[in-house]
Design a binder for this molecule. Structure first.
Ligand code: MRU
Length: 345
């Protein structure tokens, strides 16, 4: 069975007994899917960034739990429940910042606990629902975000918050896709150093849908804003605290500071699975540090090197620098006032 709806770009394809993961490390040169049948393999695909982007990480992990049940459940295996629980813990360690991972695993854990007999059908159905709900949320947010943009002359996005980072359609790129249907003409993408999600993924993904985009060096963003070329910066999120502070790809905070200086507005687009009502502010968000080798030229990667690298891959943008947070449950304008508490259930 293939329950994944047809989309121009799919990061994840579920076949019923296998998760096909588009290897985003190889884009745009190569479009290669790897087949995974176990939770440890899915955890490895997440930590090595074959699949990345907060919602996609959560969806992949949910399928990882379904695969774990398929691998371990058997009436004559008394240890299957413990084995699936261990896999859930392993998946939870794959990346620290995107709250969608922990949200999805908690749902899967609860579903596991509520099963008396064979858990496979329920876990598989729940993973498919998490995936389908994410796509539906993205379409809803696309419309809500495009309503706010109105007649804007240009937008800039950062990182990749598109179909590649979600179940499909995208969060920030969902808004951009919807706005393009209404006449938005000018889209800029920052290259997003050091991993180049913008240069390698965003402009490629938009091109797959026939949407033209202009790539800029991250360091060109201030000058772009000074030219009056954009009205909005539109980004996704990895975790949003109750007060509206937003963790997203490193560089988002700098863009928001620049935006304030130039009268440009910042829109954060994220499903409610990205809201973390358990933390009061962004100060409580764990920021992932990745390997120096993702940043340092190879010649510095030796024991006696005098050069090292600091490689935080997310930052926190304070709510007061954000004009709108768009979720499928509704929009919060000026989140500094009340945070996102009205969206938390
Ligand atoms: O390190 P990544 O590529 O997983 O970081 C992704 C981002 O920061 C995205 O903007 C965020 O996860 C939202 S994706 C809809």
């Amino acid at each position: 069975m293939n329950s994944t709806p047809h989309l121009s770009v799919s990061a994840l394809i579920w076949t019923g007994d296998c998760l096909k993961v588009l290897d985003q490390r190889q884009l745009p040169e190569k479009v290669i899917y790897h087949d995974y049948h176990t939770a440890p393999d899915v955890a490895q695909a997440i930590s090595s960034m074959q699949v990345r982007g907060a919602p996609a990480i959560g969806i992949a992990a949910a399928y990882g739990v379904a695969l774990s049940a398929q691998q371990h459940y058997a009436e004559n295996n008394p240890d299957w429940y413990e084995q699936v629980t261990n896999d859930i813990q392993l998946l939870a360690q794959s990346r620290p910042t995107a709250v969608n991972l922990f949200w999805a695993l908690e749902l899967m854990q609860k579903a596991l606990q509520s099963q008396n007999g064979n858990p496979i059908p329920a876990l598989q159905a729940l993973a498919e629902k998490i995936h389908a709900d994410d796509i539906a949320a993205n379409h809803k947010m696309g419309e809500l975000g495009a309503n706010i943009l109105g007649n804007c002359k240009g937008v800039m996005t950062h990182c990749n918050a598109g179909a590649l980072a979600t179940g499909g359609y995208g969060t920030a790129l969902g808004v951009i896709r919807s706005a393009c249907k209404r006449g938005l003409k000018k889209i800029y993408a920052g290259e997003t150093r050091p991993w180049l999600q913008g240069a390698r993924l965003t402009v490629w993904e938009l091109a797959q849908d026939g949407i033209p985009a202009t790539l800029i060096a991250d360091s060109a963003a201030a000058w772009l804003m000074a030219q009056g070329e954009i009205d909005w910066i539109i980004v996704g999120a990895d975790r949003i605290a109750a007060n509206g502070d937003v963790a997203n790809k490193i560089g988002t905070y700098s863009l928001a500071v620049l935006a304030k200086q130039h009268g440009v507005k910042v829109m954060v687009v994220a499903p409610t699975s990205t809201l973390d009502g358990s933390i009061a502010s962004g100060a409580e968000i764990t920021i992932e540090q990745r390997l120096q080798s993702e940043l340092l030229p190879a010649c510095y990667l030796h024991e006696n090197s005098l050069v090292d690298a600091w490689n935080p891959v997310f930052d926190v943008t304070p709510a007061h620098l954000i004009s709108a947070i768009v979720t499928e449950r509704g929009v919060v304008l000026n989140p500094a006032a009340e945070g996102v508490r009205s969206l938390l259930c």
